[in-house]
Design a protein. Structure first.
Length: 416
């Protein structure tokens, strides 16, 4: 039978109006579309013991949390998912014992020992520098912040740390997650994870702190690389769509990032008399005024301040607690966002410029596509829908992770 469920309103910021309708769609999704085999291949890395000690958390309608679920194989996982029909799936760490048996062990003897290094970038953390949207809402203008974040982090994780098994996933509404599956990443301690998070955290400080980026001495090559990445998007993002120097309030926020008693007063006065000047012109005036000020004072770090402003405006804002915590839960790939109905699909970092969160499939869309299929009946159900490119991409990633683990096990067992 056909099930046609619609949003309350159109667009990515819309919400499903009825939990019962979402529940019906999820039953079809878990029955016919969820990529069980590659999903379990990914999380087991070629080792069934990995899977049996992995924590899953299911969130049911009404925010009921079922933590410390664990499974021995894909059949167990598939059966439970179809039975419980969760509104959200979170993935946790690998523990020293099976999470489902954790109550049988004394306090302190049940510990997380391994998991992917993960990153969580949420658009709400950019609310102090984006003016088009706020809170949970996003648009194509502020989505450019996510493009920059993916570009910078993917390059840093690959070039500076040597990681290669990176899975980038859209969160279903306003953010992006990254899962690093390399074995040396999975085995890192909380301290090691913290070191990576600290290395990649440049924007530091709360709402009351006006200047949140401070560079001292020679600028690190990774910082220069990040600035170069941002420069590709800066005019489109900050000057055009955000128009970041268009109002006295916006200008005051940027000028507060400068050292006191330098060029703020002269620029404020100048801009008050240039009411029709655009943000690009004002930005060039700011840079020119700063360089002239530094030259007169014979300063040695004339580029640093401009770098600092650019980084504070556009550099990735990380939820460092998610990265640092070995046992932190994170929403699973191919979970469904319960507010938007969008599937949390993976994508390639190199294709972030063409990835469009507004066209990510929703449950009602893929169910309609299943109903409308008139082609070859032997085609797998997922291939009848717009989820096919995402699942095919995920299949390849899961196979790469499993193959690497099997090859490493063979090497370890080789008798020299």
């Amino acid at each position: 039978s056909q099930i046609l469920i619609m949003f309350k309103s159109s667009g990515i910021n819309a919400e499903y109006g009825d939990a019962g309708e979402l529940e019906q769609l999820l039953k079809i999704y878990y029955s016919r579309l969820f990529p069980y085999t590659p999903y379990i291949k990914w999380l087991s890395y070629g080792n069934t013991e990995y899977l049996s000690k992995r924590e899953f958390c299911f969130t049911l309608n009404g925010d009921i949390y079922l933590r410390y679920k664990s499974f021995s194989n894909v059949d167990e996982f598939r059966k439970e998912l179809r039975t419980v029909n969760p509104f959200k799936i979170d993935v946790g760490a690998i523990y020293n014992v099976k999470p489902k048996d954790h109550k049988a062990f004394k306090s302190g003897s049940f510990t997380a020992v391994e998991r992917e290094v993960v990153f969580d970038i949420d658009m709400t953390d950019y609310d102090d520098v984006r003016y088009c949207c706020s809170d949970a809402k996003i648009c194509s203008d502020c989505w450019v912040f996510m493009k920059i974040a993916v570009r910078i982090l993917d390059e840093a994780l690959r070039k500076d740390f040597g990681f290669s098994k990176l899975l980038w996933v859209y969160s279903g509404r306003r953010g992006i997650h990254c899962w690093i599956g390399d074995e040396n990443a999975r085995k890192l301690t909380n301290q090691g994870r913290g070191a990576i998070a600290d290395y990649l955290s440049i924007v530091i400080g709360g709402d009351q702190q006006s200047k949140k980026v401070n560079l001292s001495g020679a600028v690190h090559p990774s910082i220069k690389r990040s600035v170069n990445t941002i420069s590709r998007y800066f005019e489109e993002l900050m000057m055009d769509s955000q128009d970041f120097l268009s109002t006295p309030e916006k200008r005051a926020k940027v000028l507060s990032m400068l050292p006191p008693k330098t060029i703020q007063e002269s620029l404020t006065e100048k801009w008050e008399h240039q009411r029709d000047t655009d943000s690009k012109t004002r930005w060039n005036q700011l840079k020119e005024a700063w360089f002239s000020f530094v030259k007169a004072r014979k300063g040695k770090q004339e580029n640093n301040l401009i770098y600092e402003i650019v980084l504070q405006l556009c550099y990735p804002r990380l939820d460092v607690n998610v990265t640092k915590g070995l046992n932190h839960l994170l929403k699973s790939p191919f979970s469904v966002h319960p507010k938007t109905g969008r599937v949390c699909v993976p994508f390639l970092a190199k294709e972030i410029d063409t990835f469009d969160p507004f066209t990510v499939p929703t449950l009602d869309e893929v169910v309609k596509e299943l109903d409308a299929w008139t082609g070859d009946s032997t085609v797998q159900d997922y291939a009848k829908t717009s989820l096919k490119p995402s699942i095919d991409l995920f299949k390849k990633f899961a196979l790469d992770c499993q193959s690497e683990m099997i090859d490493e096990n063979k090497e370890n067992k080789m008798d020299w």
